[in-house]
Design a protein. Structure first.
Ligand SMILES: [Fe+2]
Ligand SMILES: [Fe+2]
Length: 527
């Protein structure tokens, strides 16, 4: 079997982990990861160890879905205790770095009076030395600005934190990624390697091109037991869909949530890749339906449901360029996605509004993204406009219609879209749910609740359509597909505000003869 030509089985999934918590920008980008570790993950592990049964009960309570509860049975509490001890011992540098950030911010808050900031440098905690600049904005408010590329070279960034778990998609919902660390399990192949490890690229390329167990064993540096486990994940038959490429014209396919695959015979683009590996479900497109080569991956923003390393890692080696929105550079709440992905071995291009990215036979233009980030100064967010095979497609992600006149500028610059994909998560989670660990002063609950991660409601989506003048509108990125539960943790029914707002928007479209739909699971447009 060692030299037989084999493919990676369809149902293999990967969970990329940082100190056994799921990898996403707040656990991976070093400044934010240190804050998240110190102020969210360590307290969460402590809380679990105080009363594991409370966490397990809360994890199984539908009303508390998406809350910060660890879904690990009490019988395994010792393993959680070991994890916490290992973090305290091995990540002491990072925990100190997080405390230093808060202390530095406090010094700045207390002592920046509009006068010269240079006397404050010697007062900053030593951990921040060489990694921050102090700067006023033109309103005389002082901030720490992180020199992020340098932080990646410091002790605050350690690839030793990273590992991956390979397993099979079982169809059973996995625990919520923001709250539950992944322990070891006999059905899971543990690889203690960083995400940029070239062996991962070799492994996932075996979805489209066969290779040998011998080659993968060497590439991934496996021992005998690991190689035996990997051999069960390989098959002598490919499972690729025969219609994954097209011969003529253009095609858009909805793969669930915010993931669209746009294709011509010459090129393919994938937006916010988050793709099911469950090829037996039959009600969705899966990794088997992806074209062999993807020219551009477009990432709209840094929320955990849009930059999904679980899928991205499977595509590395098959992607020409990952296009990401440029961050504000050094702002605590706005990690650079470009730096983060470059450090994981991806070819990355950072774009700003109206930057153009050509691909064979077409062009993508980065377009503005408004709101949906709790009024935090986060610039790493972009919508996109793709022109291919004679059609114009607007990819709106979670961008809000809070100031719809913005969309007039998009139309003025680029014309009228044939298809517009719009998100309508109009009652998102409050500020503290996602950003709590990054806030250096406590925020009252009322304030947090007033600043939600909300996209457009019906009125705002209608206003976007009025300004954009698009011919067809499709609501997507609602996280309704059941295979996304470990990331989305949504609970909608027909009475939920969001669903009612979508229905109201669809009625608005019908009244104006605008073709529209609420996407779920899969859909295809062909021309
Ligand atoms: Fe979002
Ligand atoms: Fe989203």
């Amino acid at each position: 079997m060692a030299d037989e030509q084999l493919f990676l089985r369809s149902k293999v999934i990967v969970e990329p982990l940082v100190d056994r918590f799921f990898a996403w920008p707040h656990t991976l980008a070093p400044v934010q990861a240190a804050m998240n570790l110190a102020f969210l993950q360590v307290p969460l592990l402590e809380s679990y160890l105080q009363s594991p049964q409370v966490h397990v009960a809360a994890s199984n309570n539908p009303e508390l879905r998406g809350g910060y509860f660890i879904n690990i049975p009490e019988s395994r509490a010792d393993e959680v205790r070991d994890l916490l001890a290992a973090i305290r011992r091995d990540r002491a540098d990072m925990l100190r770095f997080a405390d230093a950030i808060v202390a530095g911010q406090e010094i700045l808050r207390a002592s920046s009076t509009g006068f010269d900031l240079s006397p404050l440098y010697p007062k900053l905690p030593a951990e921040l030395g060489g990694l921050v600049e102090l700067a006023y904005d033109t309103d005389n408010q002082a901030q720490l600005r992180f020199m992020e590329p340098i932080v990646y070279k410091s002790d605050a960034y350690s690839e030793a934190r990273q590992s991956v778990q390979l397993s099979f998609e079982t169809g059973v919902e996995r625990p919520f990624i923001l709250s539950t660390p992944r322990l070891t399990s006999p059905d899971v192949l543990e690889l203690d390697i960083p995400f940029r490890h070239p062996g991962l690229e070799e492994l996932f390329k075996a979805r489209v091109r066969p290779t040998t167990l011998r080659h993968l064993r060497e590439a991934l540096e496996l021992n005998d037991a690991q190689a035996a486990q990997l051999s069960g994940m390989l098959s002598d038959r490919p499972s690729l869909a025969p219609d994954r490429h097209i011969e003529a014209g253009g095609r858009v396919r909805y793969f669930g949530h915010a993931c669209l695959v746009l294709q011509t015979p010459e090129a393919a683009i994938v937006t916010d890749p988050f793709i099911s590996a469950d090829s037996t479900a039959g009600d969705r497109y899966t990794l088997d339906d992806l074209p062999d080569y993807i020219d551009l991956v477009l990432i709209t923003h840094g929320h955990q449901d849009h930059i999904v390393l679980e899928t991205l890692l499977q595509l590395r080696g098959r992607v020409g360029t990952v296009v990401v929105p440029r961050s504000s550079r050094g702002n605590l709440c706005d990690p650079s996605m470009g730096l983060m992905l470059r450090h994981q071995g991806f070819p990355v291009l950072e774009v700003d509004d109206f930057d153009e990215v050509p691909f064979p036979g077409g062009k993508v233009t980065a377009t503005p993204f408004l709101g949906e980030h709790c009024d935090l100064d986060i610039r790493a967010k972009s919508t996109y406009w793709a022109e291919l095979a004679g059609r114009k497609v607007f990819i709106g992600a979670d961008s809000s219609g809070i100031d719809p006149s913005l969309y007039r500028y998009i139309k003025g610059h680029l014309g009228t879209a044939d298809l517009a994909f719009l998100g309508m998560e109009c009652d998102g989670a409050p500020l503290s749910w996602l950003y709590q660990a990054l806030l250096t002063i406590p925020i009252p609950k009322k304030m947090s609740d007033s600043r939600k991660l909300s996209g457009s409601n019906a009125e705002q989506a209608a206003a976007i359509m009025t300004e954009l003048g698009a011919k067809e509108a499709y609501i997507y990125a609602m996280g309704e597909e059941d295979w996304l539960g470990h990331v989305m943790a949504t609970t909608y029914n027909e009475d939920t505000y969001q669903i009612k707002q979508i229905d109201e928007f669809l009625t608005w479209c019908a009244d104006r003869d605008i073709k529209a739909g609420h996407l779920f699971k899969q859909q295809e447009w062909r021309w």
